[in-house]
Design a protein around this ligand. Structure first.
Ligand SMILES: O=P(O)(O)OP(=O)(O)OP(=O)(O)O
Length: 433
């Protein structure tokens, strides 16, 4: 098994030539483009996908390879996942060649091999540069082609920075250099994920409002912070993709996700000093302005400033960029229970909301939108330890108030305000109200 670590950029079509020229100046070992044809396999009931696996045979210059990838972690455009590669003498699946440990119960499911059929394919030219950065080996692959499933097809235009040996930080360093030029944005969808989407009928992708964050019972505050930022980053990534694809409302969701990042940094402000995130917040401010002003999704998301802000968040998260700012006392504090942290902060946010909205505000409601949004976002990040239905309903009332204020529906505003301020806390079970 090897651990694949790669950072994926989607390249704007217009920027491909300039990018290639740029890559040629980096001094790496160049490999001329080669055609890669990949067939992905699946059972009729989607067994591999339901186990977060992807299986393909790749053909390149008459040589064949079978690869099984297992879902790992995707942070922004950084993909980290286990993969197994086996050389084949002919383009036919032979699952027995994969080690037994890859299968959920430690053995190859009996009827899997007989059920697998080709589901979709990717066909692209890969041009490569092998580069050394700070003693680490990185393969840069420029992939141009398409992903196809039945009647559906989508172009592929990607640059992948794959760590061959060494440290992930080298990949991030190189990514920072490259992203300073126009034309790149981080990509969180693997080629397989795109293929599956096409194979399932290419349904329009829908907006996904931020959900309640779920964190394991024994999580520390630091793990809570990481999970919250990962959620915000994935919301940002997902809606950016939708915005480029022309989905209505996606731009607001991109801005909402960036707002969520800020609110998370404020929520954890007692554990992570503000100076630890100063650089990140500066980049966020600049790219929020660009996104708010730009009318075209393409020019906004391929703008270096926007791409840099998202890369900075990815890097901050992956390298735990707050750590150097924590002394021993702060280290101990951030290792404390996230459950305890959640309870304390839920009470604080609820108290703030009830104070602000405890009485009718006349024509002053709109002024309170930022505060209301920050509190709703924080509560979404903290409510994961409680009954999801009860917590969602509690939050939905405040979201209803927010919506009514934004759409200036006066009767609804008072209705939701009255409901919201009389809700019982969902996080206190001990009668301590
Ligand atoms: O060549 P790989 O293994 O990086 O795979 P790919 O065909 O680029 O697909 P993806 O990296 O999107 O899984």
């Amino acid at each position: 098994m090897t651990q694949e670590i790669e950072l994926k950029f989607i390249v704007n079509n217009d920027a491909v030539d300039a990018l290639r020229e740029r890559l040629n100046t980096l001094g790496g070992e160049h490999h001329a483009p080669s055609q890669l044809l990949n067939i992905y396999y699946e059972t009729p009931d989607g067994w591999l996908r339901s186990h977060d696996m992807g299986l393909r045979i790749r053909g390149e210059n008459g040589r064949y390879e079978m690869t099984l990838k297992i879902a790992g972690r995707v942070t922004g455009g950084l993909h980290q996942r286990p993969e197994y590669n086996v050389a084949l003498s002919e383009p036919e699946l032979d699952l027995a060649l994969l080690p037994a440990e890859v299968w959920p119960n430690g053995e190859l499911p009996a009827d899997l091999a007989s059920q697998l059929q080709p589901l979709f394919s990717t066909d692209f030219n890969r041009e490569k540069w092998l580069l050394e950065v700070d003693g680490s080996q990185i393969e840069l692959a420029l992939d141009l082609g398409e992903v196809k499933a039945g009647e559906f097809a989508e172009p592929l235009c990607e640059l992948e920075l794959e760590l061959v040996s060494g440290d992930t930080r080298a990949v991030l360093k190189l990514a920072n250099q490259l992203v300073a030029e126009e034309g790149l944005r981080l990509g969180s969808l693997s080629k397989a994920a795109r293929g599956y989407h096409l194979a399932q009928g290419n349904a329009p992708r829908e907006l996904k409002p931020t959900r309640i964050l779920k964190v394991p019972a024994k999580a520390s505050i630091e793990q809570g912070l990481e999970a919250a930022l990962e959620l915000a980053l994935s919301q940002w990534q997902y809606h950016e993709e939708l915005w480029v694809r022309g989905v209505k409302g996606a731009k607001s969701e991109v801005l909402a996700a960036m707002g969520l990042v800020r609110h998370i940094l404020m929520l954890f402000g007692g554990n992570v000093p503000r100076k630890a995130s100063a650089h990140l917040r500066d980049l966020l401010t600049q790219s929020e302005a660009i996104i708010a002003a730009e009318t075209s999704a393409v020019s906004a998301v391929y703008n270096p400033q926007t791409a840099m802000a998202k890369l900075a968040l990815t890097e901050w998260l992956v390298t735990k960029g707050w750590q150097p700012f924590l002394d021993a006392k702060a280290q101990a504090k951030i290792a404390d229970s996230f459950k305890r942290f959640s309870d304390t902060h839920l009470s604080r946010h609820a108290a703030e909301l009830k104070t602000v909205f405890g009485q009718p505000l006349g024509d002053q409601y709109a002024d309170q939108i930022p505060r209301l949004t920050r509190n709703i976002d924080s509560i979404l990040m903290l409510a994961g330890y409680y009954d999801e239905k009860v917590a969602s309903e509690w939050i939905a009332t405040w979201q209803g108030l927010r919506h009514a204020i934004m759409t200036r529906q006066h009767i609804e505003i008072e209705h939701y305000r009255n409901e919201a301020i009389s809700e019982e806390p969902f996080w206190l079970h001990s009668g301590k109200r």
